[in-house]
Every structure is written in structure tokens, then in C-alpha cells.
Ligand binder design. Structure first.
Ligand code: SF4
Length: 693
């Protein structure tokens, strides 16, 4: 029996795991969390939660947490604990030294989608104004950057169109490349409730996911081959156009008609039909036709998608193809419809909103715009560089070439998260200053010269923005164990580098964001306390926020149809690598497990397993539970096999939570043509029996 005592007070805050953004009451006894209670007035969760938010906060107190700053001259040296000021001075001297030796653009940084909006904003401000370049990127690069590109191109704004409540008005739910039952469980239960009330479900996914297998839910499953998303979207469009299912009134009123005609002529070509593409996609043409008819004519149709859409060489093209479908059927601009990216991390939306991309200032405004830069220059009192900076993969390439030598990484383990691990190792090894700002000594820290201890969401004030653009308060319930909240750490580093940023509380940072970002103009901590949360745009026109976007017109004016030609990935199967690997998550763990693995009261998912079809297993002499070697052109790893027909012949699947699996040792260098988002979801592999690791 564990004696936890009775709570003395409670504080409402927001879960720091996934993009659902569940609100919790942290019930406290002094500075100890007694329990996290799902908050009934939380607009995103309405009193519900999953196992992670409810129980997996113990990592805050984990013994492996680093609480003192550490420095070392060379990565071969042992770490030396130092006071904060010494760590800041050491880091600043190294970074400024690099700029002196290699030039202003030889350093940069990466913001974290796990940190608050205010912290992300400060990091990009430090880089743009303090470093003097735009070499800032975000971990969204490796997940939802194609969402930003695709939705901005077609609708004019880089965000989902609906609030979660909208699902209550939905008649047809289309889930593409996502498994909300595992990755967004609280939203999944709202979806399932609506499905039990009679809404129809179409799932487009290589694997028979938990959504397809949910009891009392009948799904139409299109089990496409990994890498053929664009061909499937185009075939759906083919049916809609050739069978006269286009909502012509909507398209004529809301979209560019000439662009629509060009698109319609393209998708109507016979080679784009479900029958013509069936061998390529692996999808039964009859099912595909039924799915298209159901989405186009079944009432309000809403599309929800995840990383199975974005993490491809045609990730941006698929997002555009999805937007084309929504516009063609008029499924946009009212409750119950829309195009909705399911964001993986708690603040992916926010980190993108806050100007974490090398070409965009906060609010998605291009850095080359003179008027926009003028505004920031006036308030920040600096001259900004109008040239877009380096994306993460370009930073790695430049490091290997010897022109990018210093990096500040906030809250991300790039060594585990980014593709082609050996290239990342080469890049980090080449750099003269790697600053890791994190809770734990992660894999990236093996190559770091400065370690700045991070703070958990329980130790700081700020805001997160969830997948439905909802800005919610994160409230400090305990003193940072490391002495400084993350926003204070960035300020300390900036000061040591000679760039003063003066704020006494994150609310002042939000006031500055609101002053510079039209979509946040009405956001303040007072407004958030009053309303509980707001969805951006929140400004004079919409003082209480905007649950559903594009109601009277698209943000860009006319909706833009774009022809989306299918181009096969360069990652091909062949005699040596005949199977296609795709990846996903389980409910109880989170990404590489840095937090969930360090929380005793969540049962650790002991290992990642490789799902393989019985036919493929038999051919290779693999039995259920056997160790197997998984080998790609990039590398190999060892894990246990699970024989199942959840995957089709020719496809294998694994999760990527356990550090021993090192899934990114196997993934390739291919990436989305528009955004460089890595192609994590398609890797040609071979599986063979193994004696274990
Ligand atoms: Fe946290 Fe997401 Fe679970 Fe909600 S669904 S408790 S936001 S991990």
C-alpha cells in the first residue's frame, strides 16, 4: 500500500503528451503531486483522459533527471557540473567563437514541440535576433511540416479546420494514415461514440488498426501499400469527378474554377481510376469506389489524418490531395466536416505557429516580407536577416561539410528522432559546440559540450496549442527542480551572448506574441483564464476564438486546387529487400519513451515487435515470438516477430518506443520534396531469423 496522503489544493493545467491537449487538475500536497484528475471543464477532453496523461508524470521526479548544468571542452572529456552562469558563459563563448571563425550563419538551433509557446517563441527570437540568422527549425520538421505546406497552399493557413466538437455533426469519418485509438485516445473515444451513433467510418491505412477492429464499429478499410497515398487519393477523386459527385455550387463559389477544371481533367484520366491503380495500391477497386461515394454523398464528411500521410516523399502532395477532395465535395467551412491533422506532440501546432521554421516569423509570415520584418525589428530593436535559414537536414549536411559548427537543441533527442542515424552522428561529431537543453542525458547529449537541464510541464507557466488550434494554459505546480524554467534558461543563454531579453513572467512573452501576431492578437493570460481556452485566430474579429475555419471564405481567398501527380518513392523493394516496413505507436508509450519509460506507475511496454503476415513468416522460417533480424539499405536491428494478418503480405510493421530497437537506424534519407520531412513510413527491408541481440 502506498500512502499518498490527501491533496491540499489543486491547479488546472494541460497534458504534455499528445496533441489532444487534455486538461487536468493537478491535486497537490505542498509541492508533491498526489494525483492528476481529468478536468471536467477541459474543452478538449471534457473530463476524460488516457493512461499517459493520468499516470505518466512520475518522470519529473526520476533519479536520472539532470538538475545541474554541465560542460566539457571535448566530448571525450567527463562532464563537469557548474553553476548556471558559468554554463551560459561557456556556451556563449563557444557559439560566438564559432561565428567569429566560420561566419554568422555557422550556428543555429532547434525548438521543441514539447515546450510551451512562450519558450519556443524565445528560442526563435534568440536565433533570429541574437544569432543574427534564420537557422531555426523545429521537430515538426520530422512530422507535420507537410501539413503546414499543404494546407497553406490550398486553404491559406497551416492548421486543421475544425474543433473536436465538430465530430458530433459528422456523418462520415475518414481516417487516413493515423491510429487515434493508440496515438490520440481521448479524441478516438469521441470518434467511436459518434460511430456508435451511426456515422460511417472509412480507414485508409496499410495496417488493420485498432480503429478498424473497434467493437461495435463497422469500418470500410482500404489497406493500401505503403507509399501509394497519392494514387489512392487521386483514385477517390477520379470516382467523385467521373460519377458526377462534385459539389459544383461550392466549388464555383469558393474555389478557383479554372484550377478546379484543370484538376478535374487530370483526375478523370482513365489511368487514375481505382481499377487502373489497383495493382499499384493494393486496394480493391470496389471498396475504393464505395469509399468515394460514401464520402461525397453521405452527409458531412470529415477527414482526420496523421503521420502516415505526412512522413513520405510525397507527404505534402498527399495533404494537398486531401484538401482537393474536401473542396471538391464541399466538405469544408462548417461544423462536422473539414481536414484535420492529428498532431502527435502536445505543442506541434504551437511550435509551428511561433515562427520555428527558417522561412517564417510567428504567424506564418515569410521572413522576406519587408513590412513584417519592420514590425519585428521595431519591437526587438534589431535588424533581421531577410534570407531563410537552414532546415534541420541542411544543418546536418552543412556540419559534415564544415560550415555549420554550433547548435542549440531544445527538448529533442535528434539522434533518436531524425532519420539516418549515422549521418546525424557524423554531423554532431563535426560540430564544435552542441548545446542540449533537456530533462535527461539523451542520446544526443553523448555528442554535446553543454548540457542545460530542462524543466517539466509541472514546473513552469505557459501555454500549449493543441491539434484543434486551442491555446490552453500550462500552470506551474512546483518549483523547478533544476532552479530555472525553460524560458528562463533561454533568457540566460541569450544574455550571455549579449542579447538581452527581459521578461518577468511568461504572460509578458504572450503579450509580445499577441502584439506581433495577428492570429493571436486577442490572446492574453487574462483571456485564457476567463474563457478556459481559445482557438486561434483570436483577434478583434473573433474575440472568443475560431472553432471552425474558412466559414465565409478561405484564408487565402479562393480555395486552390492543385494537380497531384503520383510519383513513386525512390525507396524500392527488390530481391534483397522485398518487404515494406511501416511504423506506428501503442497507447501506453510515447515516442522514444524518454518520459513514459521513466514513470514507474505506467507498465513499460517491454519491447517493440515486428508484425509480419503468416505467409511472409512461413517463407522465412519465422515463428511467433522468434527473434528476427530486420535489415534495410541503411542499417539493421533485431526484434521479436509477431505473426498476424493485421498487415498484408509484403508489409511489416513495428512501433519505435524502445531505445534498443533504434528504428531510425533502418530508415532512409528520402524525404518530402517540399519540406524535407523524412520518409519514415516506407522502408524496403528483409526479415530473417536471428538468435537475438
Ligand atoms: Fe494526454 Fe493525449 Fe492522453 Fe489526453 S489523450 S491524456 S493529451 S496523452
Amino acid at each position: 500500500v502506498i500512502e499518498i496522503g490527501q491533496p491540499e489544493h489543486s491547479v488546472v493545467t494541460t497534458c504534455a503528451y499528445c496533441g489532444v491537449g487534455c486538461a487536468f487538475k493537478a491535486e497537490m500536497r505542498g509541492e508533491e503531486v498526489v494525483r492528476m484528475v481529468p478536468y471536467k471543464d477541459g474543452k478538449a477532453n471534457r473530463g476524460h483522459s488516457c493512461v499517459k496523461g493520468r499516470f505518466a508524470w512520475g518522470y519529473t521526479n526520476h533519479k536520472e533527471r539532470i538538475l545541474k548544468p554541465m560542460i566539457r571542452e571535448r566530448i571525450e572529456d567527463p562532464w563537469r557540473e557548474v553553476p548556471w552562469d558559468e554554463a551560459f558563459s561557456f556556451a556563449a563563448a563557444k557559439m560566438r567563437g564559432i561565428q567569429k571563425k566560420y561566419g554568422r550563419d555557422a550556428i543555429g538551433g532547434i525548438t521543441s514541440s514539447r515546450c510551451t509557446n512562450e519558450e519556443t517563441y524565445l528560442v526563435q527570437k534568440l536565433i533570429r535576433a541574437g544569432f543574427g540568422n534564420n537557422n531555426v527549425d523545429t521537430c515538426a520538421r520530422v512530422c507535420h511540416s507537410p501539413t503546414g505546406y499543404g494546407l497553406a497552399t490550398t486553404f491559406g493557413t497551416s492548421a486543421g479546420t475544425q474543433d473536436f466538437d465538430s465530430v458530433e455533426d459528422t456523418d462520415v469519418v475518414v481516417v487516413i494514415g493515423a491510429n487515434p485509438a493508440s496515438a490520440h485516445p481521448v479524441f478516438a473515444s469521441r470518434l467511436k461514440k459518434r460511430l456508435r451513433q451511426g456515422a460511417k467510418l472509412i480507414v485508409i491505412d496499410p495496417r488493420r488498426t485498432e480503429m478498424v477492429e473497434s467493437p461495435h464499429v463497422k469500418a470500410l478499410h482500404l489497406p493500401l501499400m505503403p507509399g501509394t497515398n497519392v494514387a489512392v487519393m487521386t483514385a477517390l477523386a477520379h470516382v467523385i469527378v467521373t460519377e458526377g459527385l462534385v459539389n459544383e455550387a461550392f466549388v464555383r463559389e469558393r474555389c478557383d474554377w479554372a484550377e478546379f477544371e484543370e484538376w478535374a481533367a487530370f483526375v478523370a484520366r482513365p489511368n487514375n481510376s481505382p481499377e487502373a491503380t489497383a495493382i499499384l495500391t493494393g486496394v480493391n477497386p470496389k471498396d475504393l469506389r464505395e469509399a468515394a461515394r460514401t464520402y461525397a454523398t453521405g452527409g458531412n464528411g470529415a477527414i482526420y489524418y496523421g503521420l502516415g500521410v505526412t512522413e513520405h516523399s510525397q507527404g505534402s502532395t498527399t495533404v494537398i490531395a486531401i484538401a482537393n477532395l474536401a473542396m471538391a465535395t464541399g466538405n469544408i467551412g462548417r461544423p462536422g466536416v473539414g481536414v484535420n491533422p492529428l498532431r502527435g506532440q502536445n505543442n506541434v501546432q504551437g511550435s509551428c505557429d511561433m515562427g520555428s521554421f527558417p522561412h517564417e516569423l510567428p504567424g506564418y509570415r515569410h521572413i522576406s516580407g519587408d513590412a513584417v520584418r519592420d514590425q519585428f525589428e521595431a519591437l526587438w530593436n534589431v535588424k533581421l536577416n531577410p534570407e531563410p535559414g537552414l532546415r534541420i537536414p541542411n544543418m546536418f549536411d552543412a556540419a559534415v561539410e564544415g560550415t555549420f559548427m554550433g547548435i542549440y537543441v531544445q527538448g529533442e533527442d535528434i539522434l533518436q528522432s531524425d532519420p539516418n542515424t549515422s549521418h546525424v552522428v557524423a554531423a554532431l561529431s563535426a560540430m564544435e559546440c552542441v548545446i542540449v537543453h533537456d530533462l535527461f542525458l539523451n542520446e544526443t547529449a553523448n555528442y554535446a559540450h553543454v548540457f542545460l537541464p530542462g524543466s517539466s510541464f509541472l514546473e513552469k507557466d505557459g501555454t500549449f496549442t493543441n491539434a484543434e488550434r486551442r491555446i490552453q494554459r500550462v500552470r506551474k505546480v512546483m518549483t523547478p527542480k533544476n532552479g530555472l524554467a525553460d524560458w528562463e534558461v533561454t533568457i540566460g543563454l541569450a544574455k550571455a551572448m549579449g542579447f538581452e531579453m527581459t521578461y518577468s513572467h511568461p504572460s509578458e512573452i504572450m503579450d509580445e506574441i499577441a502584439a506581433l501576431t495577428p492570429t493571436f492578437a486577442g490572446v492574453s493570460y487574462a483571456r485564457l483564464d476567463e474563457l478556459g481556452s481559445v482557438q486561434w485566430p483570436c483577434n478583434e474579429k473573433a474575440p472568443e476564438g475560431t472553432p471552425v475555419m474558412h466559414i465565409d471564405g478561405f484564408v487565402r481567398g479562393k480555395g486552390k486546387f492543385v494537380v497531384t501527380e503520383y510519383v513513386a518513392t525512390d525507396e524500392r523493394t527488390g530481391p534483397r529487400y522485398p518487404l515494406l516496413l511501416t511504423t506506428g505507436r501503442i497507447l501506453s508509450q510515447y515516442n522514444v519513451g524518454a518520459q513514459t519509460r521513466r514513470t514507474d506507475n505506467v507498465v513499460w511496454h517491454a519491447e517493440d515487435r515486428l508484425e509480419i503476415h503468416p505467409h511472409d513468416a512461413e517463407q522465412r522460417g519465422v515463428r511467433d515470438g522468434d527473434w528476427v533480424r530486420l535489415k534495410s539499405r541503411a542499417g539493421e536491428t533485431t526484434l521479436r516477430a509477431e505473426i498476424t494478418d493485421r498487415v498484408a503480405p509484403g508489409v511489416v510493421y513495428t512501433t519505435f518506443h524502445h531505445p534498443d530497437t533504434q528504428a531510425n537506424v533502418i530508415t532512409t534519407d528520402y524525404s518530402d520534396w517540399a519540406t524535407n520531412c523524412p520518409e519514415y513510413k516506407v522502408t524496403a527491408v528483409e526479415v530473417s531469423p536471428s538468435n537475438g541481440p
